[in-house]
Write a protein that binds this ligand. Structure first.
Ligand code: TRP
Length: 474
């Protein structure tokens, strides 16, 4: 371990930082709506099983590789494979992926910031009007917002692991929990709130089609920050006293818990707005839900709270989402930062400078993908649909490469690094690990069915996204 590598100051700091990474925009809106549409309680139970039996071992393995090598993905894969070039390339994919995901996530976070400003300025009625969003995403003011959000993220990252990432997580995450609970309590007092809770919780097993099952597993995988190199990098900042399996379990519980509680906020709100709605009518896209549908719900609150009150609730909600997004952005940009610092020996400030510049330019292009510049808007086409620059980044990196990275990690840990070493690493800080059933389960699953399942998801995504066919005939 290099003497100069910074560490999280406490276990709780690490857990909050990792949970901050995992809890994002998808937990707060995408997950609840998906669950309500696709089987309610039955979906929730299935999702929880996926989180604990399939995703958790991958999370634990990522953290173990990080702590063992005290490096980011490229350095870690290289050092544990004795400099093998192909594994080095797999590690590089683990740095490129978060870099590209940061670009599209930045665009959405900038929009959220824009919504905070506009609701504060009293423009909720504009955002709730059908035309609002279409105009908003082409506004030149977005570039100003990009500067602000980029500035906040760089500011946190420049302060380092302990003073930046950990401090931000320790401030923002508890704030987020409190805000979420306040929102839930408020929303549950609205008329028809219980109809929403009903759709969220009552199980409907018939809705669990192969497509839904596949979607739930991919969502669990993404939601937990797997395959992004983040947990590996954060793992390289923890000390040898930390009990990795336990910490990972808490991260998974927090991420899933926030998604669950968010359901008690979103669905009652949806049903109090329109008691007649059938969840299947709700959009599949988190973007259209957050940016076009929710503002309508907030505006409807003016009947009871007045326009100012309704705007205040909207600002509060977008601030909550913003906090969730900032901690995710910080974590994902830390991966390439750590790569430039560890492998390329740049100073942290210089690494951040490079990344802000390169990712900044790509973000400008992605922001211009919604009509501002036709080259980026009609960037290419595949599977019979025209795709913007933003869509391509999303489809390629978020949807496709993530499961591939997960697959490579499982194979790497099981067959190159070897399970024995994994067990050694995991028993540091956890005396009872060796010989436990947890060890047996992790070692067996990571070398067998988990990579197989993740590989199937990857192949199915490639088939659906790029060739418009599906393994499941759906
Ligand atoms: N849970 C996040 C979401 O739902 C997905 C995610 C996990 C993420 N880690 C991330 C997004 C890091 C961006 C960066 O939005």
């Amino acid at each position: 371990m290099t003497a100069s590598r910074e560490h999280f100051s406490s276990r709780i700091g690490f857990i909050l930082a990792a949970a901050g990474s995992a809890v994002g925009i998808g937990n707060l809106v995408g997950f609840p709506v998906n669950a309500a549409k696709n089987g309610g309680g039955a979906f929730l139970v299935m999702y929880a099983v996926f989180v604990f039996l399939i995703c958790l071992p991958v999370m634990i393995a990522e953290m173990a590789v990080g702590r063992n090598t005290a490096k980011e993905p490229v350095g870690a894969f290289k050092s544990l494979s004795q400099g093998n070039k192909l594994w080095g390339a797999a590690g590089f994919l683990g740095v490129l992926t978060p870099f590209m995901i940061a670009v599209f996530y930045m665009v959405i976070t900038v929009w959220i910031f824009g919504y905070i400003v506009l609701t504060l300025m009293g423009r909720l009625d504009y955002l709730a009007s059908g035309a609002g969003f279409g105009e908003f995403i082409n506004s030149p003011y977005l570039y100003l917002a990009l500067l602000v959000v980029g500035g906040i993220v760089s500011f946190i990252l420049a302060a380092g692991v302990k003073e930046g990432i950990e401090k931000a997580a320790k401030t923002l995450m508890p704030t987020l929990f409190v805000m979420l609970i306040v929102m839930v309590i408020f929303v549950l007092t609205l008329d028809n709130a219980m109809t929403g809770v009903h759709f969220f919780l009552i199980p409907d097993i018939d809705k669990l089609t192969p497509k839904v099952i596949n979607g739930a597993l991919s969502q669990a995988f993404f939601s937990l920050s797997l395959g992004m190199g983040i947990l590996l990098t954060y793992g390289s900042y923890i000390n040898k006293q930390t009990n990795i399996p336990n910490s990972a379990k808490l991260v998974a519980i927090t991420d899933t818990g926030v998604a669950f509680v968010a359901g008690l906020m979103i669905l009652p709100a949806v049903f109090s707005f329109n008691p007649e709605i059938n969840p299947s009518e709700l959009s599949d896209s988190s973007v259209s839900l957050i940016f076009t549908f929710l503002p309508k719900i907030f505006l409807a609150l003016q009947a009871s709270l007045g326009y100012v009150g309704a705007s205040a609730v909207a600002t509060f909600f977008f601030l909550l989402v913003f906090f969730a997004a900032i901690t995710s952005l910080v974590s994902i940009i830390e991966v390439p930062v750590s790569y430039l610092v560890t492998e390329k020996k740049h100073s942290r400030k210089k690494a951040l400078g490079y990344l802000t510049f390169t990712a900044g330019i790509l973000t400008l292009f992605a922001t211009a993908s919604f009509g501002m510049v036709s080259f980026f808007t009609d960037f290419t086409s595949y599977a019979g649909a025209s795709k913007s620059f933003f869509d391509v980044i999303y489809d390629v990196f978020y949807d496709t490469i993530l499961p591939l990275n997960g697959f490579l990690l499982c194979i790497f840990v099981s067959y190159r690094w070897r399970r024995k070493q994994l067990s050694e690493e995991l028993s540091i800080g956890n005396k009872n690990y060796k010989g436990s059933w947890v060890e047996k389960y992790i070692n067996f699953s990571l070398g067998t069915f988990i990579p197989l399942i993740v590989l199937l998801i990857f192949i199915n995504t490639v088939a659906t996204k790029f060739f418009a066919t599906s393994l499941f005939g759906l």
